[in-house]
Design a protein around this ligand. Structure first.
Ligand SMILES: [Zn+2]
Length: 309
């Protein structure tokens, strides 16, 4: 769906609300009070009414839009851009394009969509053959916004102290014969990136358990925190190699780390350590759906309808 198609399909607030309701009906509405899933639709109020207890659920309630006062169309524009623009885009630019007066609500909207993306990907585990390594991302200790509710945005950059955020990067791959020179001997399938407090063995093992199927084979370098990964998966291939050759041993994690760094720094300049996971979630979500084409928008809508925190 390009911009023209998008404008034709969603020309106004009403068309966005209709589509959002359609997806909600497909996904199912759950009563917050009694967990019942049968509802009447009160069309004049645009609310669901529980058939069992009468509790009302607004169109936004229980979704990523809960408590948001922004028009549905803003959300649709943001989801459209997150779906079609390959690289991350700046929220400030989105605010300008929408023409909204305040930065904070737009910033909060995009962050919530990133959370929905992360939530969606957290429902899947990597399997078969997985490369695993740690990456270090420059982040800023200063907070972009004090709370996720976004009251005090400080857009001044470069003031806070720099930090190296530790990220566990995992890529599932499958074998593929190179057909061109310099091509990797495997194909990338899916990616996960998890920001962690430390690189202790127990932390890494917990993430392996959470993100990789136990019947997988995991390949790492000789870092000692990896030594007990084999207790969590079928097979652990650990190879001690000089740092310079790490990209030969684990070609995909290194490519993914380099691309993520380039994209993040190119657009966001300085990312707060508090929100770096959200940016990485956006990066992984898009990468994991790189062959989905126009379906990414619909999938993101489903994620948005089902995400609530
Ligand atoms: Zn109910």
């Amino acid at each position: 769906m390009n911009l023209i198609n998008f404008m034709e399909k969603f020309p106004d607030e009403a068309s966005c609300r209709r589509q959002f309701k359609l997806i909600r009906d497909q996904e199912g509405v759950i009563c917050k009070k009694c967990k019942c899933t049968d509802h009447y639709w009160l069309s004049t109020l645009e609310q669901y009414k529980c058939k069992k207890c009468g509790f009302r659920t607004t169109l936004r309630s229980g979704t990523v839009m809960e408590n948001s006062k922004l028009p549905f169309r803003y959300w649709f524009i943001a989801m459209h851009l997150l779906s079609i623009v390959k690289k991350p885009f700046s929220t400030l630019e989105l605010q300008r394009q929408i023409g909204h007066k305040f930065y904070e609500p737009i910033w909060e909207m995009v962050q919530k969509l990133r959370l929905a993306m992360g939530d969606r990907d957290s429902q899947y585990k990597l399997d078969e053959f997985v490369e695993l390594d740690e990456g270090f991302f420059e982040s800023n200790k200063e907070e972009e916004v004090n709370e996720l509710t976004g009251k005090k945005a400080d857009k001044k950059r470069g003031r806070g102290s720099q930090k190296q955020s530790k990220v566990i990067v995992m890529t599932s791959t499958k074998e593929a014969k190179p057909t061109k020179k310099n091509q990797k001997p495997s194909k990338l399938r899916y990616v996960k990136m998890v920001v962690v407090e430390d690189l202790k063995a127990s932390t890494i093992e917990k993430e392996v358990e959470r993100n990789i199927e136990s019947n997988s084979t995991v390949k790492t370098d000789g870092f000692r925190s990896y030594s007990n990964i084999k207790s969590k998966v079928k097979e652990h291939l650990q190879q001690i190699i000089p740092a310079k050759q790490a990209d030969k041993l684990l070609p995909w994690v290194h490519t993914v780390i380099a691309n993520a760094k380039r994209q993040l720094l190119g657009i966001h300049h300085s990312v707060s350590d508090k929100y770096i996971q959200n940016y990485l979630d956006e990066f992984c979500y898009k990468l994991n759906r790189r062959y989905f084409g126009i379906k990414v928008f619909d999938r993101l809508m489903v994620a948005a309808v089902n995400f609530n925190f």
